[in-house]
Design a protein around this ligand. Structure first.
Ligand SMILES: [Zn+2]
Length: 496
């Protein structure tokens, strides 16, 4: 028993030194932890000082092992461990109302201090598991469009076959309705199999509508946040979107905020719940070359040189900018060009959509409007303007706003697949059958590889493939025909 008391006491000291709780909470917190671990007595260990690690993962392992042995959760999978872990961490955390007051107080004199505080809280509470996110692979590569950033995300736990059995036994339930819903705050994870007991969100009013701010547990980039509507209502881009984005920038000028398109294929992964993604990070698109510019009515219009078709609008007047954004959006919604396979509608089903991303520089609001289309065809059943089959071996998933900005979020499988390709290039070790999808590409690479640094070579080739994926998603292609049509549409936009 001694060692479990030490583990409990160590975790309490972790909470104390990270300001998650206060000294006067000690007995209460220890009793709550004991209750959770089904322990009825406690002895204070005779230890003077505790080493406090950067994140609580190493302190949680002995507690989780203890709980698993006592069958306090089962089966012993990563998902079930995460659920129990969230319950442990929740004992150390303030209630939502206390946290909200701390955030509001900081925000009243510095929005940056407020977000710094909440981001740090989300990491220290292990909602963002830095022990996992630090394993993500990240690098930059030079391309025809400038520097592109790549990340291979390894922080999402792989599904254990046990989890699938576990999930099968669950009654299908609509509580919470989705993984973004506010009902996840403090929720025990029984229907979702995601640990959310320690989850906290901050209420934020945008355009006088109720939203909540949280961080993404997977941190694709610095301070990757999600701003979701209080209610489970579907994603929709409208005049309200621009008003909400600009209102957010007024409150948090150091962050950007963008919306995925409101249509499937070109939209995000959760279309059922209105939400935006933002954060404190600079993206490659910000340095994109400008092909053409035009200034009219206090709005600067820029046509960007970018794999996707992007028009940048900037102004220091957000009302004028909102009108200009709506004008562009409406013109795009009605745009068809059969020569380029762009059709605004099939019968009454719309295909044209926009991915808007907003940021602020000094007093200027900058809005990148990416033109999207979700039509499918017999040749491209997943989408005409979606990564094409020959590029699926690198990325098959939807191209959302993060990728639009030039940051690739690539599947975790590449971590184990790419070493085989490197080995093949190095000494012709045959590729395993399971990597057939890479075979054609690997043969091409073989003809190009001339003993340069293998790591740099592969990284660069992956980046080139990703650029192809986003070029596939661009509506106006980088051809003479495509670009001349794009410039013509650009002119239509500012000739209001
Ligand atoms: Zn929801």
């Amino acid at each position: 028993m001694k060692s479990i008391y030490q583990a409990i006491e160590h975790l309490y000291h972790y909470g104390l030194s990270n300001n998650l709780l206060e000294k006067e909470d000690r007995i209460y917190v220890i009793n709550k932890l004991c209750d959770l671990l089904s322990i009825s007595t406690y002895e204070t260990p005779n230890i003077k000082t505790y080493n406090i690690p950067d994140n609580p993962a190493p302190l949680l392992t002995p507690l989780l092992d203890f709980a698993s042995k006592k069958k306090l959760f089962s089966p012993d999978t990563t998902k079930r461990r995460d659920i129990f872990e969230a319950k442990i961490m929740d004992q150390l955390l303030p209630r939502p109302s206390t946290l909200n007051k701390q955030f509001e107080l900081l925000k009243s004199h510095s929005p940056k201090e407020a977000t710094d505080f909440f981001y740090r809280f989300s990491k220290k509470s292990n909602y963002i598991k830095t022990s996992r996110t630090s394993k993500n692979i990240q690098y930059s590569s030079e391309t025809a469009y400038g520097t592109i950033k790549i990340t291979i995300n390894l922080s999402k736990p792989e599904k254990d076959p046990q989890d699938i059995i576990d999930q099968k036994d669950k009654q299908s339930s609509d509580y919470p309705k989705c993984l973004l819903c506010k009902e996840n705050v403090g929720y025990n994870g029984e229907t979702t199999l995601v640990g959310r007991t320690s989850h906290r969100v901050i209420p934020v009013s945008l355009n006088n509508e109720p939203f909540n701010l949280q961080y993404s547990p997977y941190v694709y980039y610095n301070e990757h946040c999600i701003v979701f509507h209080e209610n489970h209502i579907p994603m929709n881009v409208s005049i309200k979107t621009f008003k909400r984005l600009f209102d957010f920038l007024d409150q948090f000028p150091h962050y950007f905020l963008g919306s995925n398109a409101g249509l499937p294929i070109v939209g995000g992964s959760i279309l059922a719940h209105e939400h935006y993604q933002g954060g404190h990070a600079k993206f490659p698109i910000e340095d994109a070359k400008i092909v053409e510019s035009y200034t009219k009515n206090n709005i600067k219009y820029d046509l960007l040189y970018w794999p996707l078709s992007v028009i940048r609008l900037s102004s220091d007047n957000k009302e004028t900018l909102t009108k200009a954004a709506m004008n562009l959006f409406e013109k795009w919604q009605n745009y068809s060009n059969p020569d380029l396979n762009i059709y605004a509608k099939t019968n009454d089903t719309p295909h044209n959509a926009i991915t808007p991303i907003a940021r602020k520089k000094d007093d200027t609001y900058i809005l990148d409007m990416t033109l999207r289309n979700n039509k499918t065809s017999e040749k491209y059943p997943l989408g005409i303007f979606h990564p094409h089959p020959e590029n699926h071996h690198i990325k098959k998933e939807n191209i959302g706003l993060i990728e639009v900005m030039g940051l690739a979020v690539l599947p975790a499988r590449l971590k184990t697949e790419l070493p085989h390709i490197k080995q093949y290039l190095k000494d012709q070790t045959p590729l395993p059958k399971s990597l057939d999808q890479h075979r054609k590409w690997t043969e091409v690479l073989k003809t190009q590889y001339t003993n340069q640094n293998l790591e740099t070579f592969i990284n660069h080739e992956v980046a080139k493939k990703f650029v192809k994926c986003i070029e596939d998603s661009g509506v106006f292609k980088q051809t003479e025909e495509g670009q001349s049509a794009f410039k013509k549409f650009f002119k239509e936009v500012y000739y209001v």
